[in-house]
Design a protein around this ligand. Structure first.
Ligand code: AP5
Length: 287
């Protein structure tokens, strides 16, 4: 989910000066995923789940990382784990180009394209939209000049082994992969209470971030897939696919606890991104 959040700048500035750079964990070890709700930190992988792939070439050449040394970030998590909300804050502070697969698909639906019509059928069922539609759509956006120059923030992509392979084959890898971790019972409540402002694009929640006034409240809309029944299907799809991503990005993946207040979740992410950016700059300087 994307969209300008009026309060993003306020949250970001309330956190400045930037927290001291955090030690960037290097995840190797034993698996803590799915059911492991013990907080933020490196997602450790079982030693038996060795990396299936030889490391792909770093994205630097393919996505123009060498010029301004921009940060390239992937963010994943279950439906309503807060990806879109956090992306607004990340975008406001780091100036990355936010690319949301869900938003690109909804734009296709809104303009009534053939791809949009087909995509909607899968989205209605909480399933992944087929690669034939999604892969090129995201790839094209990712390779545009702004994303290459400023760095990118990929939200909700890749979601499957084949989607990540499409990026690996182009030598595109993130500097950091943030995985938001929120207990399932909270996700359902977040989905059914979510509302969107079609004028500003801001994401609201009837309980956790209600509209500021009556005028805004009266124009809020709800996503067609934001029902309790559909979020359960989306959740199932998420769990079927996430482990393949965990193994592919094991060297850069970090789990962040997403059930805290929005600004606290961002504080954690901010530390990780600052650290990641510093380490990337150091590497470039010494190479
Ligand atoms: P997509 O639009 O990406 O949906 P999603 O992954 O289900 O995630 P959401 O947008 O629902 O949630 P979010 O994590 O962004 O949460 P948000 O910040 O809004 O994808 C939709 C569909 O498109 C998929 O089901 C699939 O069919 C298809 N699709 C997408 N990508 C695809 C791909 N790569 N391949 C194939 N198909 C694809 O927050 C949710 C609510 O919680 C809001 O109301 C917010 O205010 C509130 N909230 C957020 N953070 C907090 C917090 N810390 N505390 C309290 N409330 C909070």
């Amino acid at each position: 989910m994307a969209s300008p959040t009026a309060s993003a700048a306020a949250i970001v500035s309330s956190l400045s000066p930037s927290p001291v750079a955090a030690e960037r964990p290097i995840p190797h070890g034993s698996l803590l995923f799915r059911g492991s709700r013990n907080g933020s930190g490196p997602l450790r992988l079982n030693s038996s789940r060795q990396r299936r792939l030889s490391p792909a070439p770093r994205a630097a050449k393919a996505v123009g990382a060498e010029k301004a040394d921009p940060l390239n970030v992937m963010i994943a998590g279950a439906p309503a784990s807060g990806k879109g909300t956090q992306c607004e804050l990340i975008k406001a502070k780091y100036g990355l180009v936010h690319i949301s697969a869900g938003d690109l698909l909804r734009a296709e639906i809104a303009t009534g394209t053939e791809n949009g019509k087909q995509a909607k059928e899968f989205m209605e069922k909480g399933q992944l939209v087929p690669d034939e539609i999604v892969v090129n759509m995201v790839k094209e956006r990712l390779l545009q000049a702004d994303a290459q120059e400023k760095g990118w923030l990929l939200d909700g992509y890749p979601r499957s082994y084949s989607q990540s392979m499409a990026l690996e084959n182009l030598g595109i890898r993130p500097d950091i992969f943030i995985l938001l971790d929120v207990p399932d019972e909270l996700l359902v409540e977040r989905v059914v209470g979510r509302r969107l402002d079609p004028v500003t694009g801001k994401i609201y929640h009837l309980k956790y971030s209600p509209p500021e006034n009556e005028e805004i409240a009266s124009r809020l809309t709800q996503r067609f897939d934001d029902t309790e029944e559909k979020v359960k299907l989306r959740l199932q799809t998420h769990y079927q696919n996430i482990e393949s991503l965990v193994s592919i990005y094991e060297d850069v993946i970090i789990k962040v606890k997403g059930d805290a207040m929005v600004e606290d979740v961002f504080g954690e992410i901010d530390k990780l991104l600052t650290s990641s950016r510093e380490k990337k700059s150091e590497m470039v300087a010494t190479s």
